[in-house]
Design a protein around this ligand. Structure first.
Ligand code: ZN
Length: 47
């Protein structure tokens, strides 16, 4: 399971297996929405 730190609250969020670049995800902790981008092979969150 891939995890990513939420850019707003910094909690670790589990990413679904079938994510792709540009998908929007909602943080289950703070409900912020962010977009997934791939940077140098690693997933990163973009607000
Ligand atoms: Zn959050």
């Amino acid at each position: 399971m891939v995890k990513l730190a939420c850019p707003v609250c910094l909690n670790e969020v589990d990413l679904p297996d079938e994510i792709k670049e540009g998908d929007t995800l909602q943080c289950p902790y703070c409900y912020a929405e962010f977009r997934l981008v791939k940077q140098e092979g690693e997933w990163a969150a973009s607000l």
